[in-house]
Design a protein around this ligand. Structure first.
Ligand code: PMV
Length: 379
């Protein structure tokens, strides 16, 4: 009984050191692994971080289904050992030198936790289900897919690894690539960041939401409206950084904690009016933080505001539970329950799609996390 309790405690509260392997049980020479990992959309937003991608406040997201990155990592033991990372990078069928520095930084951050990285040459082959330059960030799906491939290699080196450890460490590593990527490992609702009312929550990795979720949230739809496909003027990295000296930061971080506590009841009862209030307020607060940073900036475009107003007018007139959220850009995520799709989708097509750049939109819905597509190895 006592032993069991200790084991559960270790599983729940992992520290950074728990992710450093002491030794490996097996040896491998070469192989190939493929993972498909989804994007996610935050309901309570992560905006502001401390060193090592530690979030300034907890966040929660719906895992998506259609928007995903598929990554294959082929690996071969180096003939001669070297102190450098060795990899080739292919993106959608072409070698992509310009992506390599970012991956090199990522490898440098995770090497301590995956000490085999310098023993192999890797060929990383990656592609997205959504068009490049669509304004959809690929860092969450991309970094999580890559982290999962490396974890699969580590699992070959340490076959006794549990699934629970595998998922936590994959999330932990993905976080070091891009914060929100740590919410893309498991579905369908993932929380990241230490929160007083959520058992097992951690700043180090995302966890599958551990409480009851009402059936109304099953199969929830997210139609993503691509309002502006251009490059953002201000990156998320700069935006997070501006929260350090932000006048409203303290209140904003406290608000995120409160919203997560409120969502616990809302998720269990399925109260969509309260859900909408929190989700839309979170989206607007995120952008309000941008507009009140110093220097201030704005990522919404005129059509972002037009879409929001159309959604509000339609919701009032149709008595549906349609709502919106925003990520760090001009695009709008339109959220609605499965049982309203016949009413809501025609409205989206008629009124909102014409406000998108070239009518571009993606019909997505809540998904169930990353999938292993394959593993091939001779030794
Ligand atoms: O993971 P990053 O550093 O790209 O930050 C993502 C921030 C938001 O998308 C705006 C919010 C979130 O929680 O995903």
């Amino acid at each position: 009984m006592c032993l069991k309790l200790i084991f559960v405690e270790i599983q729940i509260f992992m520290t950074e050191n728990d992710f450093i392997p002491s030794s490996y049980l097996s040896a491998i020479q070469e192989g190939e692994v493929t993972y498909k990992s989804p994007s996610n959309i935050a309901l309570v937003k992560y905006w502001g971080k401390r060193e090592n991608q530690i979030p300034a406040n907890p966040s929660i997201s719906f895992t998506l289904n259609a928007c995903a990155t598929t990554t294959t990592v082929s690996f071969e033991k180096k003939k001669i050992s070297s102190a450098e990372f060795s990899f080739d990078l292919w993106f959608e069928g072409n070698q992509k030198e310009s992506f390599k520095p970012k991956i090199n930084v990522f490898l440098g951050r995770i090497e301590k936790y995956l000490p085999f990285l310098k023993d192999f040459h890797f060929i990383i082959n990656t592609s997205n289900s959504f068009p490049h330059s669509s304004g959809i960030a690929s860092s969450a799906s991309g970094m999580s897919a890559l982290a999962l491939c490396f974890m699969e290699i580590e699992r070959k080196l340490n076959p006794e690894m549990t699934d629970s450890f595998f998922n936590k460490k994959a999330s932990f590593l993905a976080r070091l690539g891009s914060g929100s990527a740590c919410r893309s490992i498991e579905g369908n609702l993932v929380q990241w960041g230490q929160h007083e009312d959520t058992e097992g929550s951690s700043d180090l990795y995302g966890i599958k939401y551990p409480y009851q979720v009402h059936d109304i949230f099953k199969n929830y739809h997210d139609t993503i409206l691509l309002v502006d496909k251009g490059q953002k003027q201000v990156s998320s990295t700069v935006g997070h950084d501006l929260m350090h000296q932000h006048l409203f930061a303290k209140n904003r971080f406290a608000q995120a904690h409160e919203n997560l506590s409120k969502l616990k009841i809302i998720f269990s009862e399925g109260n969509l009016a309260s859900f909408i209030e929190i989700v839309e307020s979170e989206a607007l607060t995120l952008h309000a933080m941008m507009m009140t940073s110093l220097p201030y900036f704005m990522l919404m475009k005129p059509n972002t505001l037009k879409i929001i107003n159309e959604i509000w007018a339609f919701r009032a007139a149709s008595e549906t539970q349609i709502c919106f959220t925003l990520d760090a850009g001009a695009n709008v995520h339109v959220l609605y329950p499965e049982n309203e799709k016949e009413k809501v989708y025609p409205f989206i097509k008629e009124k909102l799609v014409p406000l998108c750049e070239n009518g571009s939109h993606i019909t997505d819905r809540i998904g169930f996390g990353a999938q292993k597509i394959g593993y091939l190895s001779d030794t």
